[in-house]
Design a protein around this ligand. Structure first.
Ligand SMILES: [Zn+2]
Length: 65
């Protein structure tokens, strides 16, 4: 029996602003949005400092896709 996680089923990926805690700058990154939460798509690197953005904070979305 396959059980599909609801959060994965409805997740969408968009670009938005995230705060990199390493270099303390706001950069653009792909953001995964589910019905309940937003988080930075895993595996991305900060264009400024090259650190993984997994721990970065999502600040907002660009309205235009
Ligand atoms: Zn950075």
């Amino acid at each position: 029996m396959t059980l599909l996680k609801e959060t994965e089923a409805i997740a969408t990926v968009t670009f938005g602003q995230v705060y990199c805690p390493i270099c303390t700058h706001t950069v653009e990154a792909q953001i995964v949005t589910t019905r309940k939460k937003q988080f930075v798509k895993p595996g991305q690197r900060c264009p400024r400092c090259g650190s993984l953005l997994d721990a970065a904070h999502v600040l907002g979305h660009d309205r235009a896709a």
